[in-house]
Design a protein around this ligand. Structure first.
Ligand code: HPA
Length: 266
């Protein structure tokens, strides 16, 4: 596994001398942030050895290198989901490659359903904790070069970054929510009782991604900032992928502003 990660990173380093400081993972319908990046290099996943190839609609599958908020970033346009049939280790493979490329921070985003009655479609929820119900990507032999066997997850979502984001949102007039993201495998959306269950266990938002990548990042001691874009609520559980994509676009502008301004503070 370690050799495969290193081979991917070496291939990328051979294609571009650009050294990213921040990794960004973009969720469903949120790829528009890429339009704000001053792009230096774009490498399709299909050209990178050992990289999985994204299958889901709305994810175009490229690593984008460039400047955003004056910082050198590498953005994953399209992520890998467990429900596509990848192993949890394949899902987090790009995060590990980004670490070898030199990232010091990871920003993640996703589209999510909400069980919190104070949240509205189009809200941006800052993730302050998660409950991961997708198989843990660290199961198996520990990659000692990357991190410890038993990494702590108490500070999975970095408090300083959350505080900075709060100050930015106040200044820019962006409404933020805060809460716990519950990661389920999907690909089915939740039944009404499943939504209720997710709420009872402490979730504010539910989706099918993010937690595995955050676990892999924290294993490598990378500070994480994450947001969920609320695309549907418990009151509107009859949802389609198209609606998720369309509603994601409602909050894309706020998310892009928040990420860009937060990058400037790093
Ligand atoms: N459930 C799971 N995943 C999702 C949802 C949801 O309601 N909305 C967007 N992604």
């Amino acid at each position: 596994m370690m050799n495969a990660i290193k081979a991917s990173a070496e291939y990328i380093k051979g294609r571009t001398a650009f050294e990213p400081e921040v990794g960004i993972i973009l969720g469903t319908g949120l790829g528009g942030l890429v339009e704000h990046i001053e792009i230096v290099e774009a490498i399709p996943y299909s050209e990178i050895p050992n990289f999985p190839v994204s299958t889901v609609e709305g994810h175009s599958g490229k690593l984008i290198f460039g400047l955003l908020g004056g910082k050198k970033v590498v953005a994953m346009q399209g992520r890998f989901h467990y429900y596509e049939g990848y192993t949890a280790q394949q899902v987090v493979f790009p995060v590990r490659v980004m670490k070898l490329l030199g990232i010091k921070y990871l920003f993640v985003s996703n589209a999510a359903g909400s069980m919190n009655s104070t949240f509205r479609v189009g809200d941006v929820m800052v993730i302050n904790d998660h409950i991961n119900l997708i198989p843990n990507p660290l199961i198996g032999k520990n990659l000692d070069e990357l991190g410890p066997r038993f990494p702590a997850m108490n500070d999975a979502y970095n408090h300083e970054l959350i505080e900075k984001a709060t100050a930015i949102a106040e200044r820019e007039g962006i409404k933020l929510q805060y809460g716990c993201y519950v990661a389920l495998t999907g690909p089915t959306f939740e039944t009404p009782k499943e939504y209720m269950w997710v709420k009872i266990i402490g979730g504010d938002a539910v989706g099918m991604s993010t937690a595995p990548e955050v676990i892999a990042a924290r294993h490598m001691d990378i500070p994480v900032f994450g947001v969920s874009i609320i695309t549907d609520t418990m009151e509107n559980t009859c949802i389609s992928h198209e609606e998720v994509q369309a509603n994601g676009r409602l909050a894309e502008k706020n998310m892009t502003k928040l990420f860009t301004e937060l990058l400037k503070t790093l």
